[in-house]
Structure formats: C-alpha cells, structure tokens
Design a protein around this ligand. Structure first.
Ligand code: PLP
Length: 410
C-alpha cells in the first residue's frame, strides 16, 4: 500500500504498475507445467510494453505477433526475428512484407488467400517463409472463450483441407512445416483445458495423415487462464504436463526428439498478475439510493474489450489502496467518461470512499491498456479525412506513442 501511495504521488494516476519479477515468475511457472521439450511464445497482444516483453524474452519465450505494431514492439524488446511467429485472421500485404523484410520466417496461415498472399510476397522479397496451417477443428472447449469447431474467421475447417492440398502444390516459395491451433482462451477448468489441448494434438496428427504434410512443428496454442481485475493467484494445472505428455506420446511419438517440435502460446497467464491499475476517486455521490465512485480511469484505460461483452464487469474486484478500518460501502465504480457505458464495476465494497482515495485494480497486466479498443493489437488508428465539397482540407492520424520519461537501472 505504501509503495502504491508513493508511486501514485510521484507519477500521478491513473497508473499501470508492472512487477517485472512477477511476469518472469509466471513464465517459469507455466513452463514447468508444460510437457517438455516444448517452447512457449509470448502473445504480445496481452501486453506489448517493451520491458514486460523483454522480461519474457529473457525467460526463453518467443514472440507471437499479429500486427506491424506488435512486430516493432517485439523487435524493440530484443526478440530476434527468427523467434517471432506471425498469427491472425487479417494480414495486410504491408504487414506481411514488413515481417518478411525484418527476417520473420514463421507464419500461421488461416485461409487460401493468406497462403497465396504469403507466397506472392515471399517471391517479391526473395524470402522462403515457413507456414503453420491454422486449424478450425471440432471437439474442444467446454469453458473459456471458444475459438474453434464452429464457423469463424479462424483457420481451416477439416472440410476445406482437401482444397488447400491442391493449392499447396502450386505454391513454390512457401513451405508448410506444421499446424497451429488456438482453440480457446482463459480456460480455468483443468480437465477442460486438457481436453482442448488433447483435441488439438489429435487434430494435428489427423491433418498430417490426411494431407501428407511434413509435421515439423505443432503449435498447440494455449488457453491458460488468469484472474482479471480481481484479487487472485496464478492458476495451477497440476495434471496438465503428465496428461499431455501421454497424449503426445500416443499421437506424435517423435515429439520427444523434436519431431515435431511442440510449442504453446500465452498472453494473459504470463502478464495478468504482474499488473495493477492505480486510480484516484474524483467524486463520490449518491444517486437514487446508490453510491457512485467516479474514478480517473474508465473503460478507455481498462476493459475496453468489456464494451464488446467479452469481459464481465461484475468480475472486477477493486481493492482499496488505503488502509482504512471503516465498514465497506457498496459502490458502482465508474470512469470519468460522459457515457453510462463507462462502468468498471458494480456493487463493489470500498472502505470509506471519498474524493482523493486511491483504488487499486489488481491483476490487469494482461489486456489492460493495450486492450482499450483503439490500442488493441497495436494496430494503426484510422486516418481522418475532412472535405469541403470534393476538396480534401486535411488528413490526419492520431498517434498512440509510448514516451519514456524515466528509465532507471535494474
Ligand atoms: C492465436 C492466439 N494466440 C494467443 C492468444 C493469447 O491468448 P491468452 O492471452 O488468453 O493466452 C490469442 C488470444 O486470443 C490468440 O488468438
């Protein structure tokens, strides 16, 4: 509490505070729960902050990136291009070309268009990238946010793979070296997660047999859960390693010698618990029998994805940063924006809330600032063009730029 008070006094609020040691500890904990040998990609979409990303690089992670902004963040954080994997259902020519020119050679491909695009750009840049086919397979996820086994923008369904095989024969500059799955996110139930990842292993083997592709790399994705905006510790999956090892031995026996190499991906597990958002209350007021605490941070700084219904607001459980004995009052914690959508949390017990009180929102190191709607995936903002009649009077683009005001020794 004292440290938070001191940071708030020194840097002001709202402030995201990241404990780098916790990010490193989370990576070590996750690696220890995964079958070995395997590698782990850090998904920069969860938190592209250069120091957070560099901390995870130091633990041995590669970088899973989905935009030019994330490529720049990964390179800034010191990830070598050959440790980057490009994923995502929407890849612009420019983004793919930049990744190739930067030396990235591994791409997850989600459609025939993306296969042809990568082949064309590889020829144009004189590069020889490798491809993981992203699969949209059945049989996964009873929990979490499911991303497979139903119509979606993600990957190839089993019925589409025969068509893909025909295309592969014509594409000369790219080589399919394996498959990529990412079936669900935030799967807290261990059995459900094991089912999801086991189904991914089975799907990889089936696709290898059906398409007769080389299977040198199987990226099983992830789904490792983490608390968000409420107190809580890192999830533990005590049976995961043994049960996935068994399944890998059955389906892909060469995996123990790297044939295929197995990898996983995680954003939220690696970064959620390292981050806290500290904000100040600007006002506390009664309205028709309810108490509203108005904070200086709102859905523009946290929970942008909540606006799309992805995060349950009622899950946010702020902690009072002040040490006060008073009985807690149930408040609706709102931000300063002029919209009723700017609601962080309902009926949250806060002790003696008053203007100037500090409030901590714990475990928001993943999908915090970066998941504000314009910040997500570090994609460029749209251009704004003004016209008078048919004359363009201006074209401008708002910049989101990280400015380092102070860097201190380790
Ligand atoms: C392909 C892919 N990889 C990794 C992630 C990161 O997920 P999480 O932060 O839940 O680990 C996502 C999230 O949607 C994803 O779509």
């Amino acid at each position: 509490v004292t440290a938070i008070r001191e940071l708030a006094r020194r840097y002001g609020t709202p402030a995201y505070v990241y404990q780098l040691d916790e990010a490193a500890a989370a990576a070590e904990a996750l690696i220890a729960q995964l079958p070995q040998p395997s590698s782990l990609y850090f998904s920069l979409k969860a938190n592209p902050h250069p120091e957070v990303a560099a901390t995870l690089r130091e633990t041995g992670c590669g970088a899973e990136i989905s935009s030019t902004g994330e490529l720049a963040a990964a390179l800034d954080a010191g990830f070598p291009a050959e440790r980057c994997l490009v994923t995502g259902p929407g890849k612009a020519d420019d983004e793919t070309r930049e990744a190739l020119q930067a030396g990235v050679r591994l791409f997850s491909v989600e459609s025939v268009h993306q296969l042809c695009q990568l082949d064309r750009l590889a020829r144009a840049t004189g590069t020889w990238p490798e491809v993981l086919l992203r699969l949209n397979f059945d049989g996964a996820a009873r929990a979490g946010l499911r991303m497979t086994g139903r119509p979606s923008q993600f990957g190839f369904a089993a019925t589409e793979l025969a068509g893909v095989a025909n295309h592969l024969r014509e594409l000369r500059q790219i080589r399919v070296c394996g498959v990529h799955t990412f079936a669900a996110t935030n799967v807290a139930d261990e059995d459900a997660l094991i089912d999801v990842l086991s189904a991914s292993i089975g799907a990889a083997r089936q696709v290898r047999d059906a398409l007769r592709i080389e299977l040198r790399h199987v990226d099983l994705g992830g789904g490792f859960a983490a608390p968000h905006g409420r107190p809580g510790k890192r999830q533990l999956y005590p049976a995961l390693r043994a049960r996935l090892t068994e399944r890998l031995d059955q389906e892909l026996p060469g995996w123990r010698h790297g044939d295929p190499a197995v990898s996983f991906e995680s954003g939220r597990y690696l970064t959620a618990t390292c981050g806290t958002l500290v904000c100040s209350l600007l006002d506390v007021k009664e309205s028709c029998g309810r108490t509203f605490a108005v904070a200086d941070a709102g859905v523009n700084h946290l929970g942008g994805l909540a606006a799309t219904g992805r995060v349950l607001r009622s899950q946010l459980r702020p902690l009072m940063a002040a040490e006060l004995d008073d009985d807690p009052v149930d408040v609706d914690l709102v931000g300063p924006l002029c919209t009723p959508v700017d609601l962080l949390s309902t009926a949250m017990p806060l002790s003696a809330p008053r203007p100037g009180s500090l409030v901590e929102l714990p475990n928001v190191g993943a999908y915090g600032l970066t998941a504000s709607l314009v910040g997500f995936l570090s994609r460029p903002l749209p251009v704004e063009v003004c016209l008078r009649g048919d004359r363009v009077t201006s074209s401008t683009r708002l910049q989101l730029r990280r400015i380092t005001s102070e860097r201190q020794g380790a």
